[in-house]
Design a protein. Structure first.
Length: 135
Protein backbone atom coordinates (compact mmCIF):
# COMPACT_ATOMS: atom_id res chain seq x y z
CA UNK A 1 0.00 0.00 0.00
CA UNK A 2 1.08 3.53 -0.66
CA UNK A 3 1.57 6.05 2.13
CA UNK A 4 -1.34 8.15 0.83
CA UNK A 5 -3.69 5.15 1.13
CA UNK A 6 -2.56 4.49 4.70
CA UNK A 7 -2.98 8.16 5.64
CA UNK A 8 -6.44 8.19 4.04
CA UNK A 9 -7.51 5.12 6.01
CA UNK A 10 -6.22 6.68 9.25
CA UNK A 11 -8.12 9.93 8.58
CA UNK A 12 -11.34 7.97 7.95
CA UNK A 13 -10.81 5.91 11.13
CA UNK A 14 -10.30 9.07 13.21
CA UNK A 15 -13.42 10.67 11.68
CA UNK A 16 -15.50 7.59 12.51
CA UNK A 17 -14.17 7.59 16.09
CA UNK A 18 -15.07 11.26 16.53
CA UNK A 19 -18.60 10.66 15.23
CA UNK A 20 -19.11 7.70 17.58
CA UNK A 21 -17.89 9.66 20.61
CA UNK A 22 -20.08 12.67 19.81
CA UNK A 23 -23.17 10.47 19.37
CA UNK A 24 -22.58 8.73 22.70
CA UNK A 25 -22.17 12.09 24.50
CA UNK A 26 -25.33 13.61 23.04
CA UNK A 27 -28.46 13.32 25.09
CA UNK A 28 -32.12 14.10 24.80
CA UNK A 29 -34.40 15.94 27.17
CA UNK A 30 -35.69 13.75 29.98
CA UNK A 31 -37.90 14.14 33.03
CA UNK A 32 -37.05 14.19 36.73
CA UNK A 33 -38.49 10.69 37.03
CA UNK A 34 -36.00 9.29 34.52
CA UNK A 35 -33.12 11.15 36.19
CA UNK A 36 -34.08 9.83 39.64
CA UNK A 37 -34.21 6.27 38.28
CA UNK A 38 -30.62 6.62 36.95
CA UNK A 39 -28.75 8.76 39.53
CA UNK A 40 -25.32 7.93 38.10
CA UNK A 41 -26.10 9.35 34.64
CA UNK A 42 -26.20 12.98 33.51
CA UNK A 43 -29.47 14.25 31.97
CA UNK A 44 -30.92 17.36 30.37
CA UNK A 45 -34.23 18.20 32.08
CA UNK A 46 -36.47 20.89 30.62
CA UNK A 47 -39.10 22.70 32.63
CA UNK A 48 -40.33 25.90 34.19
CA UNK A 49 -39.31 27.79 37.30
CA UNK A 50 -41.81 27.52 40.16
CA UNK A 51 -42.03 31.20 41.09
CA UNK A 52 -44.26 30.45 44.10
CA UNK A 53 -41.47 28.54 45.88
CA UNK A 54 -38.34 29.91 47.49
CA UNK A 55 -35.17 30.64 45.54
CA UNK A 56 -32.13 30.58 47.81
CA UNK A 57 -29.09 32.64 46.89
CA UNK A 58 -26.94 34.49 49.40
CA UNK A 59 -23.73 35.75 47.74
CA UNK A 60 -22.36 37.02 51.07
CA UNK A 61 -22.54 33.55 52.60
CA UNK A 62 -21.74 31.41 49.50
CA UNK A 63 -21.60 33.06 46.06
CA UNK A 64 -21.50 29.66 44.35
CA UNK A 65 -24.68 28.12 45.74
CA UNK A 66 -28.08 28.73 44.21
CA UNK A 67 -31.19 26.60 44.70
CA UNK A 68 -34.69 26.80 43.28
CA UNK A 69 -37.71 24.64 42.47
CA UNK A 70 -38.50 23.58 38.92
CA UNK A 71 -41.41 21.69 37.39
CA UNK A 72 -40.60 19.41 34.43
CA UNK A 73 -42.79 18.82 31.37
CA UNK A 74 -44.67 15.98 33.15
CA UNK A 75 -45.56 18.20 36.12
CA UNK A 76 -43.03 16.70 38.56
CA UNK A 77 -41.47 19.32 40.82
CA UNK A 78 -37.98 18.99 42.33
CA UNK A 79 -35.51 21.17 44.18
CA UNK A 80 -32.52 22.04 41.99
CA UNK A 81 -29.13 22.89 43.49
CA UNK A 82 -26.69 24.73 41.22
CA UNK A 83 -23.06 25.23 42.29
CA UNK A 84 -22.67 28.61 40.70
CA UNK A 85 -23.96 32.16 40.83
CA UNK A 86 -27.61 32.93 40.23
CA UNK A 87 -28.03 33.83 36.53
CA UNK A 88 -29.09 37.37 35.73
CA UNK A 89 -32.84 37.77 34.99
CA UNK A 90 -33.43 34.19 36.10
CA UNK A 91 -36.99 34.97 37.23
CA UNK A 92 -37.88 36.26 33.75
CA UNK A 93 -37.00 33.01 31.96
CA UNK A 94 -39.78 31.31 30.01
CA UNK A 95 -38.16 27.89 30.04
CA UNK A 96 -35.18 26.34 31.81
CA UNK A 97 -32.96 23.43 30.79
CA UNK A 98 -30.80 22.03 33.56
CA UNK A 99 -27.95 19.61 32.94
CA UNK A 100 -26.83 17.41 35.78
CA UNK A 101 -27.58 14.36 37.92
CA UNK A 102 -30.23 13.31 40.39
CA UNK A 103 -29.11 13.90 43.95
CA UNK A 104 -31.21 12.08 46.54
CA UNK A 105 -34.70 13.52 46.17
CA UNK A 106 -33.48 16.58 44.23
CA UNK A 107 -31.29 17.44 41.27
CA UNK A 108 -27.68 18.71 41.20
CA UNK A 109 -27.26 20.94 38.14
CA UNK A 110 -23.88 21.60 36.56
CA UNK A 111 -25.30 23.90 33.86
CA UNK A 112 -28.40 26.04 33.44
CA UNK A 113 -29.74 27.10 30.06
CA UNK A 114 -32.48 29.73 30.04
CA UNK A 115 -34.84 30.74 27.30
CA UNK A 116 -35.45 34.40 27.94
CA UNK A 117 -38.43 36.29 26.56
CA UNK A 118 -37.66 38.25 23.43
CA UNK A 119 -37.23 41.97 23.87
CA UNK A 120 -38.39 42.49 20.30
CA UNK A 121 -41.60 41.50 18.56
CA UNK A 122 -43.46 38.21 18.89
CA UNK A 123 -41.97 37.11 15.55
CA UNK A 124 -38.52 36.67 17.08
CA UNK A 125 -37.54 33.71 19.23
CA UNK A 126 -36.09 34.21 22.72
CA UNK A 127 -32.37 33.74 23.10
CA UNK A 128 -30.81 30.80 24.93
CA UNK A 129 -28.22 31.66 27.58
CA UNK A 130 -25.88 29.13 29.20
CA UNK A 131 -24.48 29.20 32.73
CA UNK A 132 -21.87 26.71 33.89
CA UNK A 133 -21.01 25.47 37.33
CA UNK A 134 -18.12 27.28 39.02
CA UNK A 135 -15.03 25.15 39.55
Amino acid sequence: MKKTHIIGILVIAVAIAIIIVSISDSSTYETFTTALNHPDKEFHVVGKLDKEKEMAYNPEQDANLFSFYMTDEKGVEKKVIFNGAKPQDFEKSEQIVIIGKANGDGFAASKILMKCPSKYTNNKQGELKEFTESK
